[in-house]
Design a protein around this ligand. Structure first.
Ligand SMILES: Cc1cc2nc3c(=O)[nH]c(=O)nc-3n(C[C@H](O)[C@H](O)[C@H](O)COP(=O)(O)OP(=O)(O)OC[C@H]3O[C@@H](n4cnc5c(N)ncnc54)[C@H](O)[C@@H]3O)c2cc1C
Length: 416
């Protein structure tokens, strides 16, 4: 079967196939549709937002864009390599692609590169916030969206001092971040009275927000279909992308062919396979993480909280508490592992015993973050009429709306 979504034969609307319906694909579809393009979304899953976007930490961390590759992590590398950090694990593998990615990652751990990546991320984060607000002003989507701000808690002097310096720098670049003492943090988040660990202070990002990414995808889909005529094809695994000067083509695993004037690849980790022919197959690395959603406890936070030393995030979502954490670089198996999940839950329970009713989780989940070596997404042309919007790593929900805008501009700046 051949599906022709091209504008061939009349009309002026350019057609575009967007592969992937995670937060990035949905935001990209919106950016293209509101510019007048005729959009068809294609996904191998049975519905939208089923991949890494499904039950992530829910944080829209517009101001917290710190790159994973940084000098501190470099110093921690020997311990990671020896498997001494249970929260952050490196997969033991001799795969040349994995080693090559790690070496490029290590090269990005210098102070200058970490700063450059963090501030570039901040620019995208701030663009994303504006784009999200513009979307919601036009279409008030229901996805548990709130703007209570975000607190990063620090326990050791050196990390807190470093974070304070970074906060001042980010403030100079347009972000809002405040360095708070312990009591000031408690004033903002009274639930910290039941926090079991000792903390020195916090960085508060009052403009950071939260929302359910899966509900966002579903709500945005309704708007895209009803207001912009966007079409959705689910259950279609794209096996190949054939670039072309005027009409690129997608071929599905079952041989179905799709033509359009443009293709945009937003397939998260699944993009690697599709981008092999464009020389982009080794830019992404999976980093597995977990989440748990549980009923609220007596001291449930009303803000988003990141416990920096425990590498845990908590936030109130849909009337419950979502906890997310753990990092396993190189691990692509999305099946939740009981031991790993128990480690995360135990850590949350120890630090925030009354934030949630941990023994009655409503849901557990594991997903893989599509990491790049500098924590910045890749938004560019891969070939004529083929654009990529991939590699959003730990911050895909945060960056989705701004990335969608950038991808649409990139596509339209190209030949038509
Ligand atoms: C535990 C955890 C916590 C996180 N917390 C946060 C957070 O708090 N804030 C934040 O900003 N980010 C967070 N992230 C990161 C964020 O979830 C990801 O960066 C983001 O979801 C990536 O979105 P995406 O649309 O690129 O990919 P995905 O959501 O994975 O979407 C890709 C889509 O492409 C489809 N696809 C793949 N291959 C094919 C193919 N060949 N044919 C057809 N379809 C295909 C998939 O089915 C999928 O639907 C977290 C991630 C994890 C794992």
């Amino acid at each position: 079967m051949i599906l022709e979504v091209s504008n061939k034969g009349g009309g002026t609307r350019q057609s575009v196939l967007v592969v992937g319906t995670g937060v990035v694909g949905m935001a990209t579809a919106y950016a293209l549709a509101r510019r007048g393009l005729s959009v068809t979304l294609v996904d191998q899953a049975s519905g939208v937002g089923q991949g890494a976007s499904f039950a992530n930490g829910a944080q829209l961390s517009y101001a917290y864009t710190d790159a994973l590759a940084n000098p501190k992590l470099l110093r921690h590398m020997p311990a990671l390599a020896l498997g001494m950090d249970p929260v952050f694990r490196l997969k033991a593998s001799a795969d040349p692609q994995y080693i090559g990615w790690l070496l490029r990652f290590l090269r990005n751990c210098t102070r200058d590169r970490a700063l450059e990546s963090t501030l570039s991320g901040l620019t995208l984060g701030l663009e994303s916030r504006l784009a999200m607000h513009a979307l919601l002003a036009l279409h008030p989507l229901d996805f548990g969206h709130k703007a209570p701000g975000k607190l990063h808690l620090y326990k050791d002097k050196q990390s807190f001092a470093g974070a304070a310096t970074m906060a001042r720098l980010k403030t100079a670049h347009g972000a809002q971040q405040h360095v708070l003492g312990r009591q000031e943090a408690l004033d903002i988040e009274p639930a910290l009275a039941a926090y079991n660990d000792d903390f020195l202070g916090a960085i508060f990002s009052p403009e950071d927000e939260l929302g359910d990414p899966h509900r966002f995808c579903a709500a945005l889909l309704d708007v895209l279909i009803q207001s912009y005529g966007v079409k959705l094809r689910t259950g279609v695994r794209v096996a190949e992308i054939r670039p072309h000067a005027t009409q690129p083509m997608l071929v599905s695993a079952t041989g179905e062919k799709f033509y359009a004037d443009h293709v945009v690849i937003c397939a998260g980790l699944g993009s690697s396979r599709l981008l092999r022919r464009f020389g982009l197959c080794d830019v992404l690395m999976p980093m597995k993480g977990y989440s748990m959603t549980a009923p609220m406890g007596a001291y449930a936070p009303k803000t988003s909280i990141t416990d920096v030393s425990r590498k845990l995030v908590l936030c109130p979502l849909n009337g419950a508490i979502r906890v997310a954490g753990l990092a396993e670089l190189g691990e692509r198996d999305v099946a939740p592992c009981e031991d790993r999940l128990a480690l995360m839950v135990e850590s949350a329970k120890t630090a925030f015993p009354q934030a949630a009713i941990y023994d009655a989780p409503a849901s557990i989940w594991a997903g893989v973050r599509p990491m790049t070596t500098n924590s910045l997404p890749i938004i560019q042309k891969a070939a004529p009429r083929v654009t990529v919007n991939i590699g959003h790593g730990m911050l895909g929900w945060t960056y989705a709306m701004g990335s969608g805008e950038r991808a649409a501009k990139c596509l339209l700046a190209s030949e038509n």
